[in-house]
Design a protein around this ligand. Structure first.
Ligand code: GLN
Length: 485
């Protein structure tokens, strides 16, 4: 359903083929039909959405120029604050929390007259790869309801794939935008660390977290990135730089591009169909004049180990604030210590508690040097190896996940599920940008490929992704649950 893109609908709005109110009502009606099976949303804000749609229509009627995102219904992962709306991070801990302020991304979207239909399901505090860790129950994959949509931004991915929203925001700490995008056959972009402000994003692992768009196609990814990127004094890790127009990178041409293929991303555990799909994508690029370069980044194989030390370490510190006092869930206890213990033991789910315990362990005196410090050192080695690869290549290609979306309860062992993050976590550890695009199907389920750029190399990956997409419309298909009328 390619016409249900931001850029397609923007045309229709400005040509007055459809009004924003009509469009918003249409999407809401479709959502009401499929949401019972998908469960992408944790809360809905239809009324505000329709009010804003009416305002956009007024602007159009008066001949005012509108932004490309204006009046086109999207939705936001439930770990970003929208003033006056719930922000639960899919946790019992924040079940009744109402955000008192806007995240910077929301302020930026407001200046574009954005419309949000609500807040989207996720793994609790963004910890997970399947959305099965949501306190409010899982989201289902619009391609097959028995499969997970991926995670942790599973609601954000499923909403777009099922046409319950035209675009969404997700967050990516170790793959949570790219892997669900891959599982649902859409485009997911994790920007360079620091390009998009984290102010108002509920922190999981602060040195890895990054907000980004999930969209139907690459053009829409550039449009949303244009809206949310930019320096923010309220985020101390925000990059101070001139604003760019990422749409300028949408050029169908890869002549002279050097595309590196790190061997380590294609080892054991990666499905044959995934390898085949990427191989044929690379053959396409070569035919179009790109050069395919074999590279080695040895420490990619340590990525999961390093990530599952650093991310829990930072999470254990970030989540210390949920103590039943300042905000969030409070259990009653016989004294204050008992209250703390009961609030945290019953307010957090299993996976979150596991991460807090791992984090406290690796940071504790006696283990700090052996685990945390060693992980930081390997992270530096990994960064250097990537930098070396980027001396010989413009971008790198890799799978987004080992295969297609897996079935519910497929992983009883949490460590086995952690291993599934092998393709995505190295990118967060080095802070680079990466985009996942659909490149094939296996048994009717979508497969994705990542294009990874050097720091602030968003334009390069957008250009390569756009080029591939233009010649492969067969991969930009609508999920069965996304079809309407
Ligand atoms: N699956 C990874 C984890 O569980 C990544 C999560 C994320 O990117 N938020 O930590």
């Amino acid at each position: 359903m390619v016409e249900y893109t931001i850029h397609g609908l923007h045309e229709k709005l400005v040509n007055k083929d459809i009004s924003s109110v009509e469009l918003t009502k249409k999407i809401i009606a479709h959502r009401n039909l499929v949401e019972g099976e998908i469960h992408a949303f944790l809360s809905m804000s239809d009324e505000t959405a329709l009010e804003r749609a009416a305002e956009v229509d007024k602007k159009i009627a008066s001949g005012e120029r509108i932004s490309e995102l204006a009046g086109i219904p999207g939705a936001i992962k439930d770990n970003m604050c929208i003033k006056g709306q719930p922000c639960t991070a899919a946790s019992k801990m924040l079940e009744n929390f109402i955000a008192p302020y806007n995240a910077t991304v929301i302020e930026k979207l407001e200046s574009c007259d954005y419309i949000s239909l609500g807040k989207l399901n996720m793994d609790e505090f963004a910890m997970g790869s399947s959305t099965e860790c949501s306190y409010f129950g899982p989201t289902h994959n619009p391609w097959n309801l028995e499969s997970v949509p991926g995670g942790s931004s599973g609601g954000s991915a499923a909403a777009v794939a099922a046409n319950e929203a035209i675009w969404t925001l997700g967050s990516d700490t170790g793959g949570s935008i790219r892997q669900p995008a891959s599982f649902t056959g859409i485009v997911g972009l994790k920007p360079t660390y620091g390009l998009v402000s984290r102010y108002g994003l509920l922190a999981f692992a602060s040195s890895l977290d990054q907000i980004g768009p999930l969209t139907k196609d690459v053009t829409d990814a550039a449009i949303v990135l244009n809206a949310i990127a930019g320096y923010d004094h309220r985020d101390s890790t925000s990059i101070r730089m001139e604003k760019k127009d990422y749409k300028k990178a949408l050029i169908k041409d890869v002549k002279g591009f050097r595309i590196g293929v790190p061997r380590e991303f294609f080892g054991e555990g990666i499905g044959e169909e995934t390898k085949e799909a990427i191989k044929s994508a690379l053959a396409y690029y070569e035919k179009e004049g790109a050069e395919i370069v074999d590279v080695s980044i040895p420490h990619i194989t340590s990525g999961v180990d390093v990530y599952y030390i650093i991310a829990p370490a930072e999470a254990s510190s970030n989540l210390a604030r949920y103590d039943g006092v300042g905000f969030g869930y409070r259990a009653s206890g016989k004294d204050i210590v008992d209250m703390y213990i009961k609030s945290r033991s019953t307010g957090f789910g299993e996976e979150v508690k596991r991460r807090i315990m791992i984090g406290n362990y690796v940071l504790s005196a006696g283990y700090y040097d052996a685990y945390y410090l060693t992980a930081l050192k390997v992270r530096t080695l990994l960064k250097r190896e990537f930098e070396k690869a980027f001396e010989r290549c413009d971008i790198l290609a890799a799978p987004s996940a080992s295969g297609t979306a897996f079935k519910f309860d497929a992983f009883s062992d949490p460590l086995a599920l952690y291993m599934e993050d092998i393709c995505t976590v190295p990118v967060n550890l080095i802070g680079a940008p990466s985009i996942s695009i659909p490149v094939g199907f296996k048994d009717g389920m979508p497969l994705g490929m990542q294009l990874i750029g050097p720091t602030l190399g968003e334009e390069k990956i957008l250009q390569a992704a756009y080029t591939f997409e233009q010649d492969h419309p067969e991969f930009t298909k609508t999920a069965p649950k996304g079809e309407f009328e």
